[in-house]
Every structure is written in structure tokens, then in C-alpha cells.
Ligand binder design. Structure first.
Ligand code: SAM
Length: 251
């Protein structure tokens, strides 16, 4: 039977499409694309004419049997999203899960991914990071989610759109305080920018230069300072002291 290739495509700069990705897109019988008009431009750029089928969050579940039949019939399929790596804040998870459960052959063709590009240029710790995709759109839910992350020591990584970048930065400042942030904007494109500073300082930059609020963003936030973990002896001494005090015994 055929193979499902999960193919990463550029996040702005067409030169980032790998030769392997280009070859696979030319070899498959079908390209399953998040937005077929968007992917048509990429295929045209590559000089390819490959049949396409839309696969987005609203029809993903319904497409599974159809794509599975094509694979069973021996056709190979490429899954692509509008930009970057499919399944990373993009459709494809349900399809890959179901096809894998059915024993289909699935091959990733790695390449551009905004979160990896952002981390690789930011200068924040990358040994451990917590990728959180998009925060909730509404400020109450967003702040609650940030509160749940406030004690995490890993670098925090979020995706954000230009519509909400200011509100999100304001909430990050409000909940997480004056931590160091790195904001990666328009990665791989003409106006690629990395800004560094507290949420408040970044908002002031956007106030002074509204162009800084345009485009696509990856927000990276320094993790919390490590918690002081009490030594076991201290824990025992404190428990004993607490017990004595509870008994009303003066010490
Ligand atoms: N699958 C993609 C990937 O591999 O990065 C992410 C898709 S997600 C729907 C789109 C979000 O990714 C944008 O809102 C932005 O946060 C981030 N993003 C995509 N391209 C970017 C770029 N060139 N510069 C900065 N952020 C980008």
C-alpha cells in the first residue's frame, strides 16, 4: 500500500523547502492540503501539477476513510499545511493517529517550523521548553492559562497572531511579571525581527513603532526561577516545630 508523507513547507521563505520535500510532492498521487488555493501557489512555484484535496479541522475526521482507501489502493499521499510542519498548531493529528492505528506507513519529511526557528535564534534556554501553541482568545481564559504556567521553569513558547499580540503581551506582563521575553516576528521573511525585553518594554516598542505589531509572532518567555526546595532535615524540623506549637508547647 501507499505511504502518507507528512511534509513541512516554508513559513515564509520559499528557499526553505527541502529538495526531499519537493521530490515527494512531485511523486505522490495526491496532496492533502489545509487550503488548496494556498498550496496551489507552492506547487505552481515548483512547476508541479498534482491533484489536491482539502483537509482542514472541519473535515479531517470525514476524510480519513477516503484517504485510507487511496493508500490501500497503492497511492501515496502528501499531507501539507499552509505553513511549516503539519500537526504543529495545524490539522493532521487525527488523520495521522487513525492511519497509524490502521497500520498505514507514515513518513515525516521534516523542515520549517516556526517554534524551532524562533527558539534557535532567541538565546533563551532550549534544553527544556514548553510549547503551548495559541493561548485562549479571551483574556479571562488566557490569564487563567498563564497562571497555570507561572511556576514552570521551562522556557514557554506561544504562537500568536497580529490581532491579539498586544492583549497577549499585556496578560503575560500582568500574570508573569517582568520576565525576559523574546518576540520572534516574520521569521524567514523580509522583516524578520527579534525583540527582547519585558512584556511592558515590548508593548512600549509597539506603541512607538506600530510596524512591530504586524505579522506573525512566536512569543518566548523565560521560565520561572527554580523554586528553593527545602532540605529534608528542614522539612522534619519544621514538622516537629509545627506539632509542638499545635500542642501549645513553647519552644
Ligand atoms: N505549522 C506551523 C509551524 O510549523 O510553525 C504553525 C501554524 S500556526 C496555524 C500559525 C502560527 O505560527 C502563526 O500565528 C505564528 O504564531 C506562527 N508562525 C508561522 N509562521 C511564522 C513566521 N514566519 N514567523 C513567526 N511566526 C510564525
Amino acid at each position: 500500500s501507499g505511504t502518507l508523507y507528512v511534509v513541512a513547507t516554508p513559513i515564509g521563505n520559499l528557499e526553505d523547502l527541502s529538495p526531499r520535500a519537493a521530490r515527494v510532492l512531485g511523486d505522490v498521487a495526491l496532496v492533502a492540503a489545509e487550503d488548496t488555493r494556498h498550496t496551489a501557489r507552492l506547487l505552481r512555484h515548483l512547476g508541479l501539477t498534482v491533484p489536491m484535496l482539502s483537509l482542514h479541522e472541519h473535515n479531517e475526521a470525514a476524510r480519513i476513510d477516503q484517504l485510507d482507501e487511496r493508500l490501500a489502493g497503492g497511492d501515496s499521499i502528501a499531507l501539507v499545511s499552509d505553513a511549516g510542519t503539519p500537526l504543529i498548531s495545524d490539522p493532521g493529528f487525527v488523520l495521522v493517529r487513525e492511519l497509524r492505528a490502521r497500520g498505514r506507513h507514515i513518513v515525516p519529511v521534516p523542515g520549517p517550523c516556526a517554534l524551532v526557528a524562533a527558539l534557535s535564534g532567541a538565546g533563551l534556554p532550549t534544553d527544556r521548553f514548553l510549547f503551548h501553541g495559541f493561548l485562549p482568545a479571551r483574556t479571562t481564559a488566557r490569564s487563567r492559562r498563564l497562571e497555570a504556567l507561572a511556576r514552570r521553569e521551562e522556557t514557554l513558547v506561544f504562537y500568536e497572531s497580529p490581532h491579539r499580540i498586544r492583549e497577549t503581551l499585556a496578560d503575560i506582563g500582568g500574570v508573569l511579571g517582568a520576565r525576559r521575553l523574546v518576540l520572534a516576528r516574520e521569521l524567514t521573511k523580509a522583516f524578520e525581527t527579534f525583540l527582547d525585553g519585558s512584556a511592558e518594554a515590548l508593548l512600549a516598542r509597539m506603541e512607538a513603532d506600530p510596524d512591530q505589531a504586524r505579522g506573525e509572532f512566536v512569543i518566548m518567555v523565560a521560565g520561572a526561577e527554580p523554586q528553593q526546595v527545602p532540605e529534608p532535615d528542614d522539612v522534619e524540623a519544621e514538622a516537629l516545630l509545627g506539632a509542638l506549637l499545635a500542642e501549645g508547647i513553647g519552644v
